[in-house]
Write a protein that binds this ligand. Structure first.
Ligand code: PLP
Length: 458
């Protein structure tokens, strides 16, 4: 490969170790991968990672502009988190959720202090999907209602209910068995469902659509409305002015529990601790995972309002899991949140968005005919690629990839950049603490790769 990023002190380029080869062979023989046709895979072996970089089985170094699955918010192998996990492992690896544990108590305090409003009780889960499942269960029991509204162009997780609430094509194969899931069109001006010309119009029309949908479904049947505060994998499309506030008002008016899914957008990614802060909205339930401990040990959870917590004051909450508040995961969360605060990582994410990524992407939109739109905030950005700017025909069809997109991903990798690609989009989602210099190096590679994309566009 022709890496434009210099190798560090980690594994040497060209040394395809026997261990990496064996890992690959065993993987192909025994490991069944997520969301994939197993026989068509040729996965990359990763042998080491540090900060914003990873090394493959041949010793090649890559700048990770994906944060893996947009979760390594403080980068790989942060020393404070690694030593907190090691210290916790030495002290107490596991304990049932019914006991009190200091790591769990402290993680709950640190999260509750950062969530908006009075979301002061934390129910811990293993990840994002089960956080959303539990949030919906709480909302149903709290309201005594059944239906749940969710947006097209969204992702809420791979378990049965969470995938049925999902608005993107990962739902299609499992679109059965979760009664009461009803979807609405979210605002998305670039591909508007409402024939809007401005963000204000899009916001107003999307709210009118939602209001109608609520009245046709019957407000007294609707337990919850779940949405990503800023949708992630579905395209990092920013809610237009007034939209989230309007959704909050509709939910309050009809007694519907508002669930903000901050699994991807939370913990610094958008330049604030939580994306809802950009809009001054307080949900009734807020779900999180990924960035809470940078994904070092699986962890998710639900932050709960006092009203919903009170529903389960004298009445049993009928749900739980063996690893709720697992000590290794919550010790990692404590260390991650403290490191983010000490090193001002959230502020750094905001700085990168405003001063480095935002301006560079605006330049791409001007200089590359393949770029239909760029949008985002913090270290949470999407570049929407089109074959034709006038018709906005995407470079890959909705729900699919294309030879052109595959070529762009390969071009990034051959230049030492790990991108996050979905359908016709490349997302710019590096760790929140990526240095300005590394961010600029990655953007320079993307600029080169967009020259190739321009060749596919009219
Ligand atoms: N919600 C959102 C917004 C996500 O992006 C994801 C995962 O990407 C999930 C939920 C599911 O989280 P998990 O994969 O930890 O179950």
């Amino acid at each position: 490969m022709t890496s434009t990023i210099e190798s560090g002190t980690q594994p040497q380029a060209g040394v395809h170790t026997a261990a990496a080869k064996r890992a690959y062979q065993l993987d192909r023989k025994h490991v069944f991968h997520s969301w994939s046709a197993q026989d068509l895979l040729d996965p990359m072996v990763i042998t080491a990672a540090e900060g914003s970089h990873v090394w493959d089985g041949d010793g090649n170094k890559y700048l990770d502009f994906s944060s893996q699955l947009v979760n390594t918010n403080i980068g790989h192998q942060h020393p404070a988190v690694v030593s907190a996990i090691a210290a916790q492992a030495t002290k107490l690896c596991t304990i049932a959720p019914s006991y009190v544990n200091d790591a769990r108590s402290e993680a709950a305090r640190l999260i509750a202090e950062r969530t908006p409003g009075e979301l002061d009780k934390i129910f811990f889960t293993n990840g994002g999907a089960d956080a959303n499942e539990h949030a919906v269960r709480m909302a149903r029991l709290h309201t005594g209602r059944h239906k749940v509204l969710s947006a097209y162009r969204s992702y809420h997780g791979g378990t049965q209910l969470a995938v049925n609430l999902t608005g993107d094509p990962r739902r299609w194969a499992s679109d059965n068995g979760s009664a009461g899931a009803v979807r609405f069109f979210p605002p998305y001006l670039y591909r508007t469902a409402f024939h809007s010309a401005t963000q204000e119009e899009e916001s107003q029309r999307a709210l009118e659509h939602l209001e109608q949908l609520i009245s046709f479904e019957g407000p007294s049947t609707i337990a919850a409305l779940i949405l990503e505060s800023i949708p992630g994998t579905a395209g990092i499309y920013m809610p237009p002015p007034g939209y989230l506030q309007g959704v909050r008002e509709l939910c309050t008016r009809h007694g519907i529990v508002l669930i903000a899914d901050e699994v991807m957008a939370g913990f610094g990614r958008t330049g604030k601790w939580f994306a809802v802060e950009h809009f001054g909205v307080v949900p009734d339930l807020l779900t999180f995972a990924k960035g809470v401990n940078s994904g070092y040990v699986p962890l998710g959870g639900v932050a709960i309002s006092p009203e919903i917590a009170a529903t389960f004051g004298q009445r049993v909450y009928p749900g739980g899991l063996t690893y709720s508040g697992h000590p290794l995961a919550t010790a990692a969360a404590v260390a991650t949140i403290n490191a983010m605060a000490d090193e001002q990582i959230v502020e750094h994410a905001a700085f990168l968005g405003e001063n480095v990524i935002g301006p560079a992407l605006a330049g791409f939109a001007e200089n590359h005919i393949s770029v239909g739109e760029v949008r985002g905030t913090g270290v949470f950005w999407a570049i929407e690629l089109v074959k034709d700017r006038a018709t906005r025909e995407p470079l890959a069809p909705y729900g699919s990839s294309s030879p052109e997109m595959n070529q762009l991903v390969a071009a990034c990798k051959s230049r030492g950049l790990l991108p996050f690609a979905n359908f016709n989009r490349i997302h710019v989602v590096p760790p929140c603490n990526t240095s300005v210099q590394d961010t600029k190096s990655g953007l320079a590679i993307l600029d080169e790769v967009l020259d190739i994309a321009d060749g596919f566009s009219a």
